[in-house]
Design a protein around this ligand. Sequence first.
Ligand code: DHE
Length: 887
Amino acid sequence: MKRNWQSLFSIVLCFLVVGGMTVGDAWASHREKGGSACSNLIDDDGDGAIDCADSECASLSFCEYPEVSCNDAFDNDGDGSIDGADADCQAGVEICNNLADDDGDGAVDCADPDCTGQSYCQYPETDCSDGFDNDGDGAIDAADSDCQAGVEICNNGTDDDGDGAVDCADPDCTGQSYCQYPETDCSDGFDNDGDGLIDGADSDCAVSPGEALFKVKCIMCHGEYGAGGYAHRSIRGARADRIRNAMTKWPEMAFLMYLTDQQLNDIAAYLDTVPRGDKLPRNGDMVNGEAQFRKACTYCHSFGHGDRVGPDLMGVSTAYSDTWLGAWIDYPKQIIEAGAYDPAILDQYPYWMPDLGHAPADVWDIVDFLVGQEAIGPLPESPPVSLTPEQFEASRQVYFNHCAGCHGLYRTGATGPNIGEARAQEIGTDGLGAILRYGTPAGMGNFGQTGILTEEQITNLAAYLQLPPPEAPPLPMADIQASWDLIVPVADRPTAPQHTRNWQNFTGVVLRDAGQIAIFDGDTNEEIAQLSTGFAVHILRSSSSGRYFYAIGRDGLVTMIDLWTPVPTIVANVKGCHDARSVDSSKFAGYEDTYVIEGCYWPPQYVVYDGLTLEPKQRVDIPMTDINGATLVENRIASIVASHNNPVWVVSQKEAGYVSIVDYSDPAGLSFPIVSNIATAKFLHDGGFDHTGDYFLVAANASNKMVVVDLVTQTLEAIIPAGAVPHPGRGVNWVDPVYGWVNATSHIGEGRVLVYGADPAGRPDVAWQVVRDIALPSSGSLFIKSHPASPWVLVDMTLSATGNDQDICAISKATGALDRCFPVATNGRAVHFEFNLDGSEVWVSDWDPDGAVIVLDSTTLTEIRRFTGLPTPTGKFNVYNTAHDIY
Ligand code: DHE
């Protein structure tokens, strides 16, 4: 791992730096006798030898590189000889981009192993009709295999592979570094960044081309305005030939060889005009450096204790210059995006170095710490603080509120990994603190950065996690009954709607952190109520008729809301769990609005209530054995769906891996037993129906599977291998043009939508088989949804760690391909979709303390309205769609 990581480091870009020495340093310290430079085509010291030909210059690294083009009238290697006059151009030296087999070994340019490592040899032929060998492999345009039909060329403004997506909008181009670049030349008549816009038409050209280039290629080392950055030295006023020479001489900059003279002139022109910038402050504060390292880096890296998710950093300051380390810590994303790293090496890592937002002074301090600690030796781990009983209790509550949902009350893991005390001790106090502060790309939230947890809470929680979990209390029927609060008895309720609104088009919006539900009239676009519900309220479900909403709080409080009163009114509350996520009503004909079921995360039980009053009817323990026969300490009820075809609820037992069928047809209305336990996979989470309602599809998101249960035979129908941590919400059903009825999931752990056939009667050939695997720009998706009236399947990337958390993506039902991804949220993260009654609008949450619900036209996907000023809006539930399970 360490070796790989070091080779990752070795392919650095755009750095006018070698071993801590800047170009300026090098030039200053290597001059011909007489005091002039080794690259000015002048025999400065009058000894008859020019530049690199002069022995004074021999030790300069750039004098070791060849003239890379022998016909461009430019002294590429700064040795004073141009083209044919340069000895490099003699037979025997392969020049890698001149279309000639210079060394006569039968291999031309990039096809010659001598050229391996030349960064431009890793690019495809980017234009198949410009008469130019763009990738320097010796084959021009159609003669290059890159230009064969069916291969998307990512910057030629053409849909080469006919999948409806052009250039960088085509998922095939994901990862092409230049798809992350701006228009790098604003006057070449070429669409450099493949976004379909040429030169001045591209908004990237609002800044000068040189500035645009500088900001993606150079700023990481040289800082704002080239004022010095981590390279310590201003490059204000650097000339194009100096830049060319630098990139020719030093391997770290070789990947920039494809920059044209015009582009270098543009950069030089920009550097000529920049104001004098401030140098980055460097305090040499190792103590702060160590503190920052412990706070931010220790989840991925140890210092002297072996590799973790990332490599051990002991030795890193010997292997790399402080300039390099500084730039890497400050700008990891940009460095990767600039294209200097071989994607094949990056692919070896589950996670790439994230940008943790350090101030430059802290970056320098971390670098100084890495250098200083080297002499001292391995960094000892911090011991956990000892907790007072009050701090222990407060940490227990913090854990319950923020961690138990994913990791379990007993920390055995489910959606998140096992973080029992043994594993927590292994991660250590510093590592736990770092992960709580900054989260992970696998979906763990950045609780410290976002202010959800204070530093004190993080410190205490890191200690709490290293202690055994406390016993969780039961919640017996007597306590449940005592919690029941019938606010408006049925006899006092209206028998018809007391307003003229179209209540079936009401949409309830979860205001998570406020513990409230906002209710909107989808016809008039008015907010008509804001009602207090349970703690960190999670979801709403509708009664079968749609008249009532049932809200479930994470504290287990079920709240029943009547939509027929003049304004929506809470008519009953009850608490059947200490911790809960799911609730649903009885939806089979004859049982409309008759019963409600609440599934608990803790205790391991479900509770059935009267559907009109919430009077508790029965509490049922769930089995504590999993599908492998193992005894469980915790078995949570995850998703519950109410069948429209039978008088049953379908209940997912998370840890056990069983899908249970709970029958509510007892004529006496007293008994609500599990009548079938169907063994599937672990750990079950969220799911919904297929288009017929006869199959239930649920994510077993700890085993990367989608499970299909046949509700007619009450047997396991199929297990579909999925990607990392599938998370479909209730999923989505539509008719694919090739495969008929399909269903799909997105994933938390990877940027991928899997589409599988879902019509065993009509299309048995593809039933429950993956028929499409669609790449998304980011992992971190929570929900995928559609409506029969919309041509799109929409997917969010709420937990994206790569900056896509405000974006949503649209997959075309007509083509089955990803059509576009675009930003929707402005203040927070884009999360969850709901359609209005007729499906003409789709509502998306901007999940933020100052949040909003953004309403898009469900066909054009343009914004038509937004409801602002909503605290932490998350799930949204339209009455009609929720009552009828339309998704
Ligand atoms: Fe949810 C559905 C559990 C975090 C918003 N979530 C579900 C379901 C479960 C679940 C079991 C299925 C319910 C059903 O169909 O009966 N959710 C959990 C967790 O355990 C988890 C991962 C962590 C936790 O501590 O709760 C979690 N959920 C979240 C969020 O952070 C979300 C994004 C915002 C919030 O409100 O907390 C969130 N979950 C939702 C939504 C649904 C949901 C909106 C319903 C989707 C639908 O369209 O039906």
